[in-house]
Design a protein around this ligand. Structure first.
Ligand code: KIV
Ligand code: ZN
Length: 519
């Protein structure tokens, strides 16, 4: 059976990054784009160029760096947005402009356009985009709550004006599989010119049906799925790339479609997106959750030992999890560390390896067995040389007979400052010490602790999200001492916030741009 190709359009850097708190730094965006390109994503939606200088710079640079993927930028239905988008994507080998407008009754009311006025706007803006770029995608936002007749009418207009991809967004996660397939089928069957374009599906997960709705749309004739790594995205998120790609791979018998994704790269990018976005993956998340391939119950283990297919429909190696994962220990040398890191997807330069090796030895002294996840946490410790704040010393007194105190030395701009602070518990006392040494008005939005591996000597990974005047920064760290990991994560978030203070005006980021302003 020959399989139809389904294009994978990744919007982690646009719809995913738009999720409150998931803001990524410029370098992180470039790194994620490189991983997406490398894993075979067909189209990368790299950002919303009009939203901020930062978004524009990221989309421009990703356009220049991309090797094979088409690079796409988002633009509302006005000339200014579209021009700015073109200026950012035009450097790509294969650029695309993605322009959209809300077509449902609720969305039409926002710019106060009647059906005819909106139809005219669509014609004008798609024509304008097409005059700049050969590859134009058009989306009727909230398509699934738009009157179907009107939807057919505007899709026809967009096709006639030159759009080559028509994306049908389920913006609020409202549709269901049967309807999702029917809608695409109806558009293909009735809209003149529909056979000349590719229909795309873009689903949100508000009712937990994004993956099912996307696959149903493919059954209905869509040949592009829009998705994000780990299902990152506003509210309940977008369709998860790893879910649709693996569903098509595992159930090729009933869904005869193929993607160009190298699935062995899934785990690595999932972990990386979780780290840089500050949105950890839930343990029982399909495909990439920590428990997705764990078989702990006695019956399961027995069955697995006899034949792994008893309870496994795909192999861990298919998604980039190595089958054997013997832990390293304090006697492991540099060569063993290098080999293990390579297996985990990290190819480090010699100086980087030296740095990680020192931290590995330190960890192995404190922890008998160093597992894969420990190493990943270790590699991702981000003590950048340019950080203004560095934790030099921390001693905490805690227990049943308070007061809890934290004695701390923090290097601020190269100068050591020390203090002893109290608080409601060791973490609170330590955070108070940081605040007293480096006064700031940032508010703690999220404080989250996870054990990297099992056992009481496990490392804790801590995520801290801070908000200051509309700017959000997330910091992470890992250590066998939970309080040390917490303070390092807090300091990491502060360092990122300081960088952000210098770069963007408050509130002027992707989230600051209103979709309502379609005019
Ligand atoms: O969900 C949505 O409607 C979108 C559009 C901008 C395509 O993200
Ligand atoms: Zn969306």
């Amino acid at each position: 059976m020959t399989k139809d190709k389904v294009l994978i359009f990744d919007t982690t850097l646009r719809d995913g990054e738009q999720s409150p708190g998931a803001t990524m730094t410029h370098d992180e965006k470039l790194e994620i784009a490189e991983l997406l390109d490398d894993m075979g994503v067909d189209i990368i939606e790299a950002g919303f160029p009009i939203a901020s200088e930062g978004d524009f710079r990221a989309v421009s640079e990703i356009s220049r760096l991309a090797k094979t993927a088409t690079i796409c930028g988002l633009a509302r239905a006005n000339y200014k947005d579209i021009d700015r988008c073109w200026d950012a994507v035009k450097h790509a080998k294969s650029p695309r402009i993605h322009t959209f407008i809300g077509t449902s009754p609720l969305h039409r009311a926002i710019p106060n356009l009647d059906m005819d006025q909106m139809a005219e706007r669509i014609h004008d803006t798609v024509t304008h985009a097409r005059n700049l770029c050969d590859n134009v995608q058009w989306s009727p936002m909230d398509a699934t709550r738009t009157e179907w007749d009107y939807l057919c009418r505007v899709v026809e207009i967009a096709i006639k004006a030159g759009a080559s991809t028509i994306n049908i967004p389920d913006t609020v996660g409202y549709t269901a599989p049967v309807e999702s397939a029917d809608l695409i089928r109806r558009l293909i069957a009735t809209v003149p010119g529909a056979d000349q374009v590719i229909f795309a599906t873009h689903c949100h997960n508000d009712l937990g049906m994004a993956t099912a709705n996307s696959l149903a749309a493919v059954a209905g004739g869509a040949r592009q799925i829009e998705c994000t790594i780990n299902g990152l995205g506003e509210r309940a998120g977008n369709t998860a790339l790893e879910e649709v790609v693996m569903a098509l791979k595992v159930r090729g018998d009933i869904m005869p479609y193929e993607t160009g994704i190298d699935t062995t790269k899934i785990m690595n990018i999932s972990r990386r997106v979780a780290t840089v976005s500050g949105f950890p993956v839930q343990f029982n998340k399909a495909i990439v959750g920590k428990n997705a391939f764990a078989h702990e119950s006695g019956i399961h283990q027995d069955g697995m030992l006899k034949n792994s297919e008893t309870f496994e429909i795909m192999r861990p190696e298919d998604v980039g999890l190595s089958g054997t994962s013997l832990p390293l220990g304090k006697h492991s040398g540099r060569a063993a560390l290098r080999a293990k890191l390579k297996e985990l997807g990290f190819e480090l330069a010699d100086n980087q390896l030296n740095d990680v090796f020192v931290r590995f030895k330190d960890l192995a002294d404190r922890k008998k067995e160093v597992y894969d996840d420990d190493l990943i946490a270790l590699v991702r410790q981000n003590d950048a040389a340019e950080d203004r704040l560095k934790l030099k010393h921390l001693r905490v007194v805690c227990g049943t007979d308070g007061p809890q105190t934290a004695e701390m030395v923090l290097e601020i701009d190269g100068e050591d400052k020390s203090i002893t602070a109290t608080g409601d518990g060791p973490v609170d006392a330590s955070f108070n010490a940081v605040k007293q040494l480096f006064a700031h008005s940032a508010r703690l939005q999220l404080y989250q602790v996870n054990a990297v591996t099992e056992g009481t000597d496990a490392q804790a990974t801590v995520s801290v999200r801070l908000e200051e005047d509309g700017r959000i920064a997330t910091g992470q760290s890992a250590d066998t001492d939970t309080v040390v990991a917490s303070v390092k994560a807090y300091v990491n978030a502060l360092n990122r916030l300081i960088v952000r203070r210098g770069k963007t005006a408050p509130g002027v980021d992707t989230k600051g741009v209103s979709y309502k302003d379609a005019g």
